[in-house]
Ligand binder design. Structure first.
Ligand SMILES: [Zn+2]
Length: 612
């Protein structure tokens, strides 16, 4: 990157008006500042100013990755479909994956992610334990055919990701790399000037266990975070837990009223039932029937489990039940968290069963399911239900409910687990503080994949005794475009972007009031002097009114602005005016010392950001 540039020699097409489809600040400002233009829905071109900022993010990421010992490679973006068929994701990725055929009719994929491509590389080259651990990364283009690309590069179809993959002989080694990546990620975001919230996350369709997501708060975030007001607890709602708000009785008491069947004509919803019985939802035991796909959990001892079909999706993969049904009983005021449920069952997917399946499995009309007398299907009881000693629940027959239901007396469970969706107002499991919700956008994600891909793609190495093993694997991603857009979301005002110095396309902008005569000479001299000391400088040499130049300088957000004008140059000691973007006051600096002063300011700020 050139470190000195004149505005008339580069291409910064700023806009006064806001593009109609730009609803978030970063989208608006990236267009208005001339950083970005749209080619098609979800496809964007970075112009010179935008690319400079983008490269800064890229450089920070590369430096921090290199520092972890990870090695950069550059695989192709287009990869053969065979690799995706092997991993089983040719189908699993669905429509989000862009598939193309070459002239011979062979299938290819425009990479939405690179576990397959990288793992195939490693498979071909890995032979001995001596090569491990191995950590490699790429900074490369990805394509995901999002249905509704929105918010500019925050959710575009084509984007750049840094993705790293590590391979290990044992858990301790994987853990060491995983932790080093976590530290590197914290440094990357801090160097970018971003306040990220690291949250424990569920790895969802990616499989595996230990994982951490790096989120930024965002109104348009597609994740809901659960945070504690009193401590550092932060979790994705998909996985969040809370302090139990119930106490399970230590034993069944004889004084508890006996189970009673009650007529509840025309009552179907919980609200109707509460009104009818003059009680609240907390006394209701809600029973939902779920259908789970590819269940890895052993169901041989579960009700109906011995009759379930099993299959092996791939030669090296574990046996799974392609389809299984479960009843989930939970306190009536709560919602079942399907991600927690899927994790519990080791299922690739869970969803509410179709009405016809509910009727078949409960022998009752929809709306009257209940755990009492329910057989032939495993009953998963949420922890909250274990504390209910006077519950109400469906009686597996039209217009009938049970009252005075007691868990352990009137029905048993196949499994007790925490499957509730935690919400604002619940209590923190760590400190008891109040939990609240925030919307967040994911910028990065690190996780331990375990054997998922090395098993399905048959990667192995020989140990010191010549015995073959599967390596453990970890994966670590960061979206670059999204990170850049998030920097703007966090650093702007009504006039435009306020770049952190580390990401700014240029450190200093020089604005000559009129680019001619002594002013021109000094502006040029100052630009040359700054360039020599490594300060990146943009010189606004346009024949425009000062007001226009000031407005543009604020819009594109260059951190330091130097105004060179006749009046200050005519002072006994000639001076220039220096102002930090985002601050109100400017100050005068001796023209002869301006380069040195600016170098000091820029270097000081860069060092401060690096050392935090
Ligand atoms: Zn807490």
């Amino acid at each position: 990157m050139l470190s000195s540039m004149k505005v008339t020699k580069t291409f910064i097409p700023t806009l006064r008006e806001v593009p109609a489809d730009a609803v978030i600040v970063s989208h608006r400002l990236m267009f208005r500042s001339g950083m970005l233009r749209k080619l098609a829905n979800g496809l964007f071109a970075y112009l010179p100013l935008g690319l400079r900022a983008f490269r800064k993010v890229e450089t920070i990421i590369r430096e921090e990755m290199d520092a972890t010992g990870s090695l950069e490679i550059k695989p192709t973006v287009v990869v053969p479909a065979e690799l995706w068929k092997e991993s089983g994701r040719w189908e699993a990725m669905g429509e989000a994956m862009l598939r193309v055929k070459n002239r011979l009719g062979a299938d290819f994929v425009v990479s939405p992610t690179a576990e397959e491509a990288v793992t195939s590389l490693v498979r071909d080259e890995l032979s001995s334990y001596r090569q491990l651990p191995l950590s490699i990364y790429q900074i490369n283009t990805k394509y995901r055919d999002e249905i509704r690309p929105r918010y500019g590069v925050m959710r575009g179809r084509e984007f750049v990701m840094k993705d790293a993959y590590s391979y290990h002989t044992d858990e301790a080694s994987l853990d060491e790399t995983y932790k080093a990546m976590g530290r590197a990620y914290r440094r990357i975001f801090q160097r970018c000037g971003l306040s990220v919230i690291p949250v424990r996350a569920d790895s969802g369709a990616m499989g595996g266990s230990d994982s951490e997501e790096f989120m930024v708060e965002s109104e348009i975030g597609d994740n809901t975070l659960i945070l504690c007001k009193d401590c550092a607890y932060a979790a994705n709602v998909e996985k969040a837990g809370c302090k139990p708000d119930f106490t399970a009785p230590s034993s069944l008491e004889a004084s508890m009223p006996a189970l009673e069947k009650i007529d509840t004509p025309q009552v179907k919803t919980i609200d109707e039932l509460c009104a009818f019985l003059k009680t609240d939802a907390k006394r209701f035991i809600k029973t939902l029937i779920y259908r789970a796909i590819n269940v890895e959990l052993d169901l041989s001892a579960a009700p109906g489990g011995s009759q379930l079909a099993k299959r092996k999706p791939a030669p090296e993969a574990p046996e799974v039940y392609p389809e299984a049904f479960f009843a989930v009983a939970i306190r009536g005021d709560l919602e079942v968290n399907e991600i927690k449920l899927a994790a519990l069952l080791k299922a690739s997917e869970v969803a509410l069963a179709a009405d016809s399946d509910v009727v078949r499995l409960t022998n009752a009309p929809v709306g009257f399911a209940g755990p009492v007398g329910l057989s032939g299907i495993p009953i998963i009881v949420d922890e909250t239900v274990t504390a209910m000693n006077d519950g109400v629940t469906g009686a597996l027959a039209q217009d009938l409910h049970y009252a005075h239901v007691v868990y352990g007396r009137d029905f048993q469970s196949w499994m007790v687990a925490d499957v509730r969706t935690v919400k604002a107002g619940d209590r923190c499991a760590l400190c008891g503080g109040e939990l609240y919700e925030k919307k967040g956008n994911e910028l990065g994600h690190i996780f331990k994949l375990g054997y998922k891909y090395t098993r399905s793609m048959n990667v192995s190495y020989l140990d010191e005794n010549g015995k073959s093993h599967l390596p453990l694997m970890g994966t670590y991603g960061i979206g670059l475009d999204r990170t850049l857009a998030s920097v703007i979301e966090e650093h702007h005002d009504d006039d435009g972007i306020i770049w952190p110095l580390t990401i700014a396309p240029y450190h200093v902008i020089i604005i000559p009031i009129k680019y001619e005569g002594a002013v021109q000479a000094l502006a040029d001299e100052l630009a040359a002097a700054l360039e020599k000391t490594g300060v990146e400088v943009l010189l606004d040499d346009r024949n425009e009114r000062p007001g226009v130049k000031f407005k543009d300088a604020d819009l594109i957000g260059i951190p330091y602005r130097v105004v060179v004008g006749d009046k200050n140059l005519a002072l006994e000691v000639p001076k220039v005016e220096v102002k930090r973007r985002g601050e109100k006051e400017s100050h005068l600096v001796e023209a002869a010392k301006a380069a040195e002063e600016l170098r000091g300011l820029v270097q000081g700020e860069l060092e401060e950001m690096a050392s935090q």
